[in-house]
Design a protein around this ligand. Structure first.
Ligand code: HEM
Length: 417
């Protein structure tokens, strides 16, 4: 170990031991972000804040929650909601946060698609983002089971049942996941462990990796413009802030994010205090009963689109049953976003409105997801079933067509040059 000089300040003392000055430079004051980005680029920071809210409110809930099929329902609905001081507040923050985090994830994800932020060089950012999406989905699903109400129970039943469709091992797999032949106490305790320990740890790892992957290709911008970050940073450091195309993460970029965050928090706490019921299904205020199936079972709003892709196939085609077709479509829908960087064959990084074909594809895809979400909550009978089928088929066709559409678009752009 080199000999240490006596430090003149506390900062120097820490710097000698932990290199904090350099660390702050790399992470904040000399972490360069493009200038031409809008409020949609604040969604990542909003997600980080929401995840923190979920962890903190979850820790408070954990002090009173009982992971036992006989006690879970009462520990949530009586102990936490009525007996513990401000227990209701932590539950509302947790439930509203769990719902709103998906709204922001979807905005963040579709911003990435709109601006082509998954293209060459940024694949790892996209893939780590999709892994985070899957982890949040697992976290949302496992958490929904914990209050042990009727919807917790039956949604868990339906979703675990889906694994039964996997050839050969399906039936055994369902029993393995549930820890029993039906959804039971063993199911509750393992999902509790996943919800409070394993998945949050994986999410933290996922976020660290996502941030790390962002450092190399750098953040995209509104025009998809490529420029030399080092050169632009030198301009900024030399005082030519006006002509430099970058700004430092701290304090310039983050101050803009804090403004967006402030507006968001007004909306968030309005929901927490005045409109929390949207995040809590009324059927879930009845205790789980394995002998009483609710008339109509559906998942939380953020899973409705993929649930509708699953349900949309209700008749046999070419000897394959509707159930099997639905399962295949569901598998496709859940995997397809992951390979987005390779489905888009056009190398041009531009916002969708400047891409001749992709702009139609993008808005059609959003409209289709909205239809799927809307019909995913309705009973799948009569015309509803046919709309569900049409929207589910449209989803598959859109993604199968994407490589061809974007290839043709690339040809058109080249031709113009
Ligand atoms: C859920 C936890 C997530 C957190 C905390 C997070 C955080 C961030 C942050 C802070 C940024 C940089 C600034 C910004 O564009 O907002 C970012 C960028 C990005 N994220 Fe995420 N993200 C998450 C999930 C996702 C998901 C689900 C996707 C979709 C697959 C995704 C894809 C991307 C992409 C493509 C970028 C680059 C944007 C660009 O270069 O313009 N992220 N993320």
């Amino acid at each position: 170990m080199a000999e240490f000089k006596k430090a003149d300040s506390m900062l120097e003392w820490f710097d000698q031991r932990l290199g904090v000055v350099n660390f702050a430079k790399v992470m904040m004051t000399e972490y360069w972000i493009p200038k031409n980005i809008n409020f949609l680029w604040a969604m990542g920071v909003l997600l980080t804040v929401l995840f923190t809210f979920l962890v903190v409110s979850g820790i408070f809930l954990l002090m009173y929650y009982k992971p036992d099929a006989n006690m879970a329902f009462d520990s949530v609905n009586y102990t936490i909601m009525q007996e513990v001081a401000y227990g209701w507040l932590f539950r509302h923050i947790h439930a509203v946060g769990a719902s709103v985090v998906f709204l922001i994830i979807y905005i963040h994800m579709f911003t990435g698609i709109y601006y082509g932020s998954y293209k060459k060089g940024r694949e790892m950012i996209w893939i780590s983002g999709m892994i985070l999406f899957m982890l949040f989905s697992a976290e949302g699903f496992s958490g929904y089971m914990l209050p042990w109400g009727q919807m917790s129970y039956w949604a868990a039943y339906v979703i675990t049942e889906i694994f039964g469709g996997i050839p050969v091992i399906g039936d055994e797999l369902v029993v393995w996941i549930r820890g029993n032949f039906y959804v039971a106490d063993s199911t509750l305790t393992r999902f509790f462990m996943l919800h409070v320990l394993l998945i949050p740890l994986a999410i933290i790892g996922g976020i660290v990796f996502h941030f790390y992957a962002l450092r190399f290709p750098h953040v995209n911008n509104e025009q998809g413009e490529f420029f030399d970050f080092d050169e632009e940073a030198e301009k900024y450091k030399a005082g030519d802030k006006k002509h430099s195309k970058v700004i430092p993460f701290w304090p310039v970029f983050l101050s803009k994010d804090v403004f967006v965050l402030g507006v968001f928090l007004i909306f968030f706490f309005y929901l927490v205090f005045f409109h929390y019921s949207f995040a809590m299904d009324p059927i879930n205020f009845d205790k789980a009963d394995g002998l009483k199936t609710p008339a109509h079972i559906y998942p939380e709003w953020y899973f409705l689109w993929s649930y509708e892709v699953l349900r949309g196939w209700f008749f046999e085609i070419a000897g394959i049953s509707g159930k099997d077709l639905g399962l295949m479509a569901f598998g496709f829908a859940n995997a397809i976003f992951l390979v987005m960087p390779w489905l888009d064959r056009s190398p041009v990084v531009k916002p969708a409105n400047q891409r001749p074909y992709f702009k139609y594809w993008f808005w059609l895809m959003i409209a289709d997801l909205m239809v799927l979400t809307e019909f995913g909550k309705l009973p799948p009978t009569g015309p509803n079933a046919w709309v569900g089928f049409g929207a589910s088929l449209t989803f598959l066709v859109l993604f199968i067509a994407l490589p061809f559409i974007t290839k043709a678009e690339a040809g058109k752009v080249k031709g113009k040059k």
